[in-house]
Design a protein around this ligand. Structure first.
Ligand code: ZN
Length: 512
């Protein structure tokens, strides 16, 4: 046992501000495997007011003396999983600020700091570099660019079908505290990790969570680390942190990893009833997501009898958007106002839903347009496994309900909205600005060629007040959930992320 521990009595440690007893525990091969260690040496730094007493003793037995040198009722404890990149200045994760923060706390109040070599949740530094290279630059081990991956996807790529288990175990910590004779003390763990606290409790340690949150450093580089923790439900963060995350997202200060993790969180909020996240935070995330709403919708339109897939940019706008667009083109480009009615039907088997859109032209605005006032246009779509198709059979509006109800469909509901339309007035794009019931702001959809959409947004940003694109609408305004589902969802997440990033870059350019 004795040779498993070495001691060095530091008379003046600059970081911890004073006398520190440093202990090194050397794990054997079995322990290395069992506890997911990436190196055998565990460093324990102990700073208490009483430890100074040892300064005046010449001989002492470290193992038996130690418990007498810790008299405080509750001992601050930090178990720092090794993160060498973080220590050497990499901003990819949130651990370095936590490390320095805990050291500062122990410096002030005394406590025990344990450096645990469990790099990359126990998968090791080698693994960590490969994972980060995939996340940050999208390059695999051969240096081949395969696209930026989020953490979950990078893990899947590197580990194949093996589950990425957090191999960290804290048994070794308990063993060390036991050996040192201090395992029955009361501890306050500086950590946001519920998993860590629960594992230590299970091992028999009397431990509570350090409850005063200090400032969290959420930034463009580490935001996805926070999101992964929220997604996996391993950590809880206070409102301040959630709001900081929201601020970054809304201002599009993120990257592909962030966005795909955000989408996973929103999916989980919508679909996983057991998702252990408080309602307030859920609402906030839905609202963040809404505020960066854009991307592609698989939309087939009939244009000169060709059905084609178009790109779509979608965002919330206030009414000043009309003036903004008029200024941009020097003329009015909207050619008609229509009253749209959306009818939703669902098959009795529940596997298929149908949306019928009828649009009745209310007025034409001074421009020649192919639709005449009073004309009704009916478009029919089914939604099945996320694929959209136009129904083969033409039906008239008056026969609509009886047609579907005779074909094993239930009538679900109807949504009405006013749409102001610019079609064929600007080459290669169509703009639809919709006013929905219960939603104060409008929603602008722009369909067309990707580069033309980008140029359009670019021009709006560079020549006009960009606030018209960024109007904040609270999530509670979305009472009509189905509408959101059918019209404003991403059809293809990969493509949507690419689109969102391009728009993010455009907006960033607009800021400069
Ligand atoms: Zn780290």
């Amino acid at each position: 046992m004795k040779n498993k521990y070495s001691f060095y009595f530091q008379k003046n440690n600059e970081l911890f501000g004073g006398t520190v007893l440093s202990v090194c525990y050397k794990a054997d091969d079995n322990e290395i495997l069992k506890y997911g260690l990436t190196s055998p040496n565990i460093l324990i730094l102990i700073k208490t007011p009483e430890i100074n007493d040892l300064l005046y003793k010449k001989n002492f037995n470290y193992m038996s003396e130690l418990k007498n040198q810790i008299k405080c009722k509750k001992i601050l404890l930090r178990i720092q999983s090794e993160c060498l990149l973080g220590m050497y200045g990499d901003l990819h994760c949130d651990c370095e600020s936590q490390r320095l923060d805990s050291i500062a706390k122990i410096k002030d109040e005394g406590g025990i700091f344990i450096h645990l070599p469990q790099e990359a949740q126990g998968w090791g530094l080698h693994y960590k570099l490969q994972e980060l290279e995939l996340q940050v630059s999208g390059r695999d081990e051969k240096g081949q660019y395969i696209g930026e991956k989020n953490r979950d996807d990078a893990q899947k790529l590197l580990l194949g079908n093996q589950n990425f288990d957090d191999c960290r175990s804290y048994e070794i910590i308990y063993k060390i505290l036991f050996d040192l004779g201090i395992s029955t003390k009361k501890y306050i763990l500086i950590s946001e990790s519920e998993r860590k606290i629960n594992s230590l409790k299970k091992l028999g340690l009397d431990v509570i969570k350090y409850s005063s949150y200090k400032e969290f450093d959420v930034n463009v580089d580490n935001i996805s680390e926070y999101l992964i923790k929220i997604l996996n439900g391993t950590h809880t963060f206070n409102d301040e942190v959630i709001n900081k995350i929201g601020e970054l997202i809304i201002n599009r200060k993120y990257n592909g990893r962030t966005l795909s993790t955000l989408i996973n969180i929103v999916d989980k909020i919508k679909n996983d009833k057991n998702y252990n996240l408080n309602k307030n935070t859920k609402d906030k995330f839905l609202s963040f997501y809404d505020q960066i709403l854009c991307g592609v919708e698989k939309r087939y339109i009939v244009d000169d009898s060709i059905i084609k897939l178009q790109n779509n940019f979608s965002c919330k706008v206030n009414s000043s958007i009309f003036k903004a667009i008029k200024n941009l083109y020097g003329k009015n480009v909207f050619d008609r106002i229509s009253l749209e009615k959306l009818y939703y039907f669902e098959s009795k088997k529940g596997n298929k839903s149908v949306r019928i859109r009828s649009s009745k032209v209310m007025d034409t605005i001074g421009k020649p347009c192919i639709f005449m006032k009073g004309q009704i246009h009916v478009e029919q779509r089914t939604f099945n496994d996320e694929k959209t198709q136009i129904l083969q059979e033409e039906i008239s509006l008056s026969k609509l309900r009886s047609f579907f109800e005779n074909n094993d469909y239930d009538y679900v509901k109807r949504v009405e909205m006013i749409t102001i339309i610019s079609e064929r007035q600007i080459p290669n794009i169509n703009i639809y600005i919709k006013k929905l019931p219960n939603i104060e702001n409008r929603i602008m959809d722009v369909y067309g060629k990707k580069d033309v959409i980008r140029k359009f947004i670019d021009n709006l940003i560079s020549s006009l007040n960009r606030n018209v694109l960024n109007e904040v609408v609270s999530n509670s305004d979305y009472e009509d959930e189905n509408f959101t589902d059918y019209n404003l969802r991403f059809a293809d997440i990969e493509v949507a992320i690419q689109e969102e990033l391009e728009i993010y870059n455009l907006l960033k350019k607009g800021d400069e």
